[in-house]
Each structure stands twice: as structure tokens, then as C-alpha cells.
Design a protein around this ligand. Sequence first.
Ligand SMILES: *Cc1c(COP(=O)(O)O)cnc(C)c1O
Length: 417
Amino acid sequence: MEKKPFITKEQAESIIEKFPTPFHIYDEKGIRENARKLKQAFAWNEGFKEYFAVKATPNPTILKILKEEGCGTDCSSYAELLMSEKCGFKNPNIMFSSNDTPEEEFRYAKEIGAIINLDDITHIEALKKVGIPETVCCRFNPGGKFSISTTIMDNPGDAKYGMTREQIKDAFLQLKALGVKEFGIHSFLASNTVSNEYYPTLSKILFKLAVELKEETGVHIGFINLSGGVGVPYTPDKEPNDILVIGEGVHQAFDEILVPAGMGDIKIFTELGRFMLAPYGHLVTKAIHEKHIYKEYIGVDACAVNLMRPAMYGAYHHITVLGKEHEPCDHTYDVTGSLCENNDKFAIDRKLPKIDMGDILVIHDAGAHGFAMGYNYNGKLKSAELLLREDGSILEIRRAETIDDYFATLENYWDLI
Ligand SMILES: *Cc1c(COP(=O)(O)O)cnc(C)c1O
């Protein structure tokens, strides 16, 4: 599908007068429309809820927009739990799906009434210490290979997450004996799937498991959490997932497996991150350097600290040169950042229109796992995050880091040197 920026060159130029590049910008209208479509896709399930994976875009303004659209949050750490709580998410609208979890984080999750999703059977010991909640979810890992696997996540058999089939039964029995009243099942088997089949395939596995576990343990299973993994097409040759088709596929599996087992009251939860935000965020950057050696390089003022996915996964992110949307892509460039790392390239051998210094580049699909994965290597600072509101105005929803932020953790050390 053709990739069109949600801002024009004129808009970008006027934004840059106030907020210098590089920055991330999010499209409120796109976020809201997509969230509504997801809700519509699962409207057949009365208890459906999307728990937005905070780690994808941990910004309070984004969380508030999603809250207004009826979403909860899915958290993986203390900071994310705290952010959700501060944004007004309340029991039972916070899910805590973490792994290798410190006991203090379980304690805090319990305190704020988050639904705790246990990654491992040994974590039951931690729950005994912080208090057994009424509702507990367990994360399942079926092992082996999964038919729809991608490069970001290993096959289930090689992934560190979740419990085996024997363990999850054992965990349910132990938790039942400890007084847990309601159970959930969670699983995350493939990341960034661009296929309408992922959720339906996963839900068949989890629905069958739910029927078996109910028979084997006698517990009440209240919800099934399909987690994240519905992806977006980063390359223009792919078609986006049709969430309505996906929702209908899960509906069919539900009617085939759960309803005949008398389990038609089960709520379906999702924990999407990328699908909710990726297409609705751009990283906006300026061309500041041009270099001709063995290849043609365009240096921009953003680098991998602003968007790590290309460096980390070799991920493709589409690039639009604003104002040159209709010019022929007759130049081949590597588009690079300034890190002292040769993998700091937003694009390699990319066909683009001729780029002039000062041109504004939009790097697409940066709304999830973009700013969030930022770091400070080479003393680089994290950019601002802006919101393009529905009325066309711009709101700064996180300021850019300053050099004082960078040195803040050294405050007490200057005296020592
Ligand atoms: C990362 C993550 C998500 C979100 O994944 P997306 O691919 O962004 O949809 C959901 N749940 C858990 C437990 C995760 O770790």
C-alpha cells in the first residue's frame, strides 16, 4: 500500500520553526480511528478489551487518548505501571505481563489492582509473599515451531517466555488451592505478523487449551489474552492486516470451540502495541550532509537513538522526502545517522528522489517501538514527541532531552574528579 505522510512539507516547515528536527510526531486522528476499528472488530465479544502495550509508546498523552477510546494498558515494568496509574487507569484496566519479574514489581502491581500475568510457575512464590489476587493469568508457551513466525521473535521452543503445558495445569491447580477465583490464559507466539491468520490460529490453540484446562482443573476461566503480534506493513508492497477479518476469524473459532463447551462467557483481551501506534508516528529529520565515496550517503540529524529498529533488526522503514512525493526515485542512497556504528543507517541502497541539503525526510511507521527504544549512545539526546491533534494544531507531549538531562545522573560525581 502506498505510504503517505500525515503531514505536508508546509506543515513540517511551520512545526520546525518551533520544534527543531529531529522529532517524533503522532497523528491523533489516525490513532483514534484505528482504535475504534479494533473495538468494532471484536464487538461480538461482550467483555472485549484492548490493553495497549505501553512499552511500544510510553507517553501519557497517547495513553489518555487510548483510554478515551476504551483501552486499558499492558505493562511490563514498575515505570509503566506507575505511568498507567498516574494516567488514571484503574483495576481491572491494567494488565501486568512481565517476565523475570522482581518481587517489588509484583507487590506494586497487586497494590494498584493490576491483573497479574505470570510468566513462570515459580512466580507463584512471589505472589504468596505479596498476597494472592482473586484473578490471575498465566502465560503459555506451546514450544516447538509456530507456522507464522517472524524475525523479531524466535520460534516458541526457543523463546524465553511462558509456561509449558504441564506447568500451566500445575500452576492453575496450585493457584486454585491458594484461593484464586478467576483465571486467564495468555500467549504471544509471533511478532509483527502481516497476516489475517495469526490471531485466529493462536485463538484456536488457546481456546482448546482453555477447554482442556477447565476439565482438568475445574477452574473458572474468565478471559483469554491474545497479547500483541498483529503487525503493520512496513514495506509499501505489503497490504495491511484487515482487523475486521481478524476479529471475525477469532469469532468463528470462539463459536466452534468455546461456545459448545459452555464457555461462551469468556472475555477476549488483546495487548497490541505496534498495530495501535506504528503507522501513526513519523520520525521527522533533516538532511544535513551528503557524502560521495564508494557509495552515496545522505546524513540526517536523527540517528539510531531515535529509532533503533533498522540498526537492531535490519528493519525496513519507508522514507518520504517531503515535497518530492511525485519526483522519480532515480537516486540510490544510504541514509545514515551520526553514531560511530556502521549499522546506524535508516536505509541502505534505497531508491529515493534526489535529496538536497535541508530537505525534510519523514521516516514512516515510527509510532511504536520507535522513541520508546531510545538510548543515549555517543552522548546523543532523545528527541521531542509531538502530537498532531484532530484540529490540526501541534501539542508538545514530551520535550527533547537537554544536555543537563544527560549529565543529571552525574551531579554528585563532579566533586570527585
Ligand atoms: C511487546 C509486547 C506486546 C506488544 O507487542 P506488539 O508486537 O507491539 O503488538 C504485548 N504483550 C507483551 C507481553 C509484550 O511483550
